[in-house]
Design a protein around this ligand. Structure first.
Ligand code: COA
Length: 191
């Protein structure tokens, strides 16, 4: 059972509630409409209902296999009427390169919800959950990769405490160089 995650409200921003994607979300995801940034940077099938259905199924399958844990991110209405429709998506992709697990994160925010710092806040709680959940399996580092000209993504990385580790050479499907950012687990030192 994968946890439901929460981010506390701040004086400037509502709380965030993170839960699994459902097939009930397909209509909302389709309503987001075609969006170049989603397609280009996140490979999301924006605007195509059948492809979106398949995408939601893939999120379920990823949770079943444990190699792709994704969350729909909702802003919680401070007046207490619950959380609205999802505004963003965060995902932890786990692979095992022979030994200890390596985690890579991904994210996108719906076009109408951008500029409200949702992605970085949701990513931060996902990272803290991942380090906690997979500590015994040896997860100590999370990776985040974006193409060099995705400046909004680079800002999210910095705000979610990822450091730039390396500039990667272009590799298909990315025609330009990439940024590899990493966030390491902070291990408390005994007093
Ligand atoms: C990258 C992305 C997830 C940022 O999400 P967000 O929740 O809007 O994040 P923020 O509000 O922190 O904004 C990040 C940066 O986007 C830019 N930005 C601000 N408002 C924006 C808007 N309305 N539209 C687009 N970009 C905006 C700013 O440069 C901001 O940086 P700043 O906080 O230093 O000003 C979002 O732009 C997106 O979904 N892009 C397409 C998918 C994508 O690139 N995913 C990452 C793949 S590696």
């Amino acid at each position: 059972m994968v946890a439901v995650l929460e981010v506390a409200a701040t004086p400037w921003a509502p709380a965030l509630a993170l839960r699994a994607w459902h097939h009930d979300d397909v209509a909302m995801l389709t309503r987001m409409g075609p969006d170049d940034a989603l397609r280009r940077w996140a490979g999301f099938p924006a605007g195509n209902t059948e492809e979106i259905r398949q995408w939601v199924t893939a999120q379920h399958d990823g949770r079943e296999s444990g190699d792709r844990i994704s969350y729909a991110v909702r802003e919680v209405d401070p007046r207490g009427s619950g959380a609205g429709e999802p505004a963003a998506h965060v995902v932890l992709k786990l692979r095992r390169d022979g030994g200890e697990p390596v985690g890579e994160v991904g994210y996108w925010t719906a076009p109408y919800a951008r500029g409200r710092n949702i992605a970085a806040r949701a990513l931060d709680v996902l990272c803290r959950w991942a380090f906690d959940e997979y500590a015994s399996a040896g997860l100590a580092r999370l990776e985040l990769i974006h193409q060099v000209d995705n400046h909004a993504s680079c800002r999210v990385a910095a705000k979610a405490q990822f450091s730039l580790l390396q500039v990667l050479p272009p590799r298909p499907p990315w025609p330009l160089e990439g940024h590899l950012h990493v966030r390491d687990e902070v291990v408390a030192t005994p007093a």
